[in-house]
Write a protein that binds this ligand. Structure first.
Ligand code: UD1
Length: 422
């Protein structure tokens, strides 16, 4: 197993190129199941989660050709299985994204329940209820969601009790092949959902309300779709993490290949703390703050502040003057990083879903454990300013979602290296 070793205290400088969005790449890969032609996808991030979904598609029978580590062609003409097996699904919850497309295309499928997750219960009940509303019969057997719709899925009104990103994406893909019109009320508005809508629209599916919380989709009645080549949008969470790297070291750095409009909540928060933010059409520069002020932040659905950047901003709060408050509204247990940040000397108290961080304590390098993807990146950020060496274990979590993290940070001047666990 690998670990990361960081020597803190180095200022950063220069430019970093942001990769394609993992959370857009995953539904796009799943949507290849709806496609009658070979589908070319570029700007894919070279991360473990993408490889896991590609492996799942291959297992189902898709033919996959990697033209580079960031570009793939998928042909899903001859699918031979409709069972998404536990051995692959357990590695990544987002495997649930094949439920909608498989059911819509074949009228049956089995998808392993994703099981436990470090950041809370994260059930898939909303996905299941939505498929039932579209005419599927669903039972749980042997740890699998067993779904059938012998006469195909039918459009219906799906009213989500809670906004769910992958739930909305699953319904969109199912609705694209269903009979009739599907209305999705309380839909997610994340840029990744919008990209999926646009891809389906480019394949001839009528979708009204794109970018709003009500989507209306007219299905193709089972006819497979003809997709155009796709380039994955830039990863706003990876971008936000590098902005935090600039912020925590109080350095000027520039991010290339980003869409600043997707990062407004994040940029606004950084300005409020005291940093300068300059944007160009595909780039953002962060410049140092004279004084880093404490802040208050609440995670909510897009366009609010993303939960996937909560941990990174907590690391940043340790370097701000005064007491910051961070409220996590989406996942009840997304504070696994708190005890690890405390090991580095951070002054954090937790009450329910609110963390209070008193800044100004010096962080001191230590051995810490990565617990989930974004919690791990918060430890990397803290390591950039902790004195001495920080060693981060179990970094396979980071490899799920960050492409060449240590190479990109080294390019900015950080002292970071990957090593084998002793
Ligand atoms: C997606 C993102 C993840 C991000 C999250 C919230 C992907 C691949 N992952 O995850 O990085 O942190 O959105 O922005 O895009 N819920 C239920 N029942 C369900 C589904 C969800 O109760 O059937 C709850 C969840 O526990 C959570 C809330 O709804 O409290 C939102 O979760 P959701 O948007 O579904 O997260 P994901 O789509 O899994």
């Amino acid at each position: 197993m690998d670990c990361l070793q960081i020597r803190g205290g180095k200022a950063l400088a220069g430019e970093v190129r942001i990769s394609g969005a993992k959370n857009s790449a995953l539904p796009i890969l799943a949507s290849a199941l709806l496609c009658k032609n070979p589908l070319r996808i570029s700007n894919l991030p070279d991360v473990a989660d993408v490889k896991t979904l590609a492996k799942l598609l291959e297992h189902l029978g898709s033919e996959i050709q990697w033209t580079s580590s960031n570009e793939i062609t998928i042909c899903s003409e001859r699918i031979i299985h409709t069972k998404a097996i536990y051995d692959i699904v357990r590695k990544m919850r987002a495997s649930i994204l094949v439920l909608g497309p498989l059911l819509a295309r074949f009228g049956k499928c089995e998808v392993s329940l994703p099981g436990g997750c470090a950041i809370g219960a994260r059930p898939v009940d909303l996905h299941i209820k939505a498929m039932e509303k579209m005419g599927a019969k669903i039972s749980i057997s042997g740890g699998y969601i067993v779904a059938s719709a012998p006469d195909g899925l039918k459009g219906g009104d799906i009213i989500f009790d809670k906004i769910t990103v992958t739930g909305t994406e699953n319904v969109l893909m199912a609705a694209a092949l269903a009979k009739g019109v599907t209305k999705i009320v309380n839909a997610a508005k994340e840029p990744e959902v919008i990209q999926l809508c646009e891809i389906l629209q480019n394949a001839g599916i009528e979708i009204a309300g794109v970018g709003s919380n009500e989507l209306i989709v007219r299905g193709s009645e089972g006819e497979l779709l003809d997709f155009k080549a796709i380039s994955v949008i830039p990863d706003r969470i990876e971008a936000g993490t590098y902005l935090c790297a600039g912020a925590i070291t109080n350095s000027a750095i520039s991010l290339l290949n980003v869409l600043p409009a997707h990062l407004e909540a994040v940029s606004n928060k950084l300005c409020e703390i005291g940093f300068g933010i300059e944007t160009q059409p595909n780039a953002i520069t962060i410049t140092p703050a004279k004084k880093r002020k404490a802040f208050e932040m609440i995670t909510t659905e897009y366009p609010g502040f993303p939960t996937d950047l909560q941990a990174q901003f907590m690391a940043l709060a340790t370097q701000c003057e005064g007491s910051s408050s961070i409220e996590e509204r989406l996942f009840e247990n997304r504070f696994m990083h708190v005890s690890e940040l405390q090991r580095l000397g951070a002054n954090i108290t937790l009450r329910g879903n609110v963390a209070k961080i008193t800044g100004g304590e010096e962080l001191i390098g230590a051995d810490v454990m990565a617990t989930d993807l974004r919690a791990s990146s918060a430890l990397v950020l803290a390591g950039l300013v902790a004195s001495g060496q920080t060693q981060i274990h179990r970094i396979y979590h980071l490899d799920r979602g960050y492409e060449r993290l240590e190479e990109k940070l080294s390019g900015l001047g950080a002292h970071i290296q990957r090593a084998k666990e002793q």
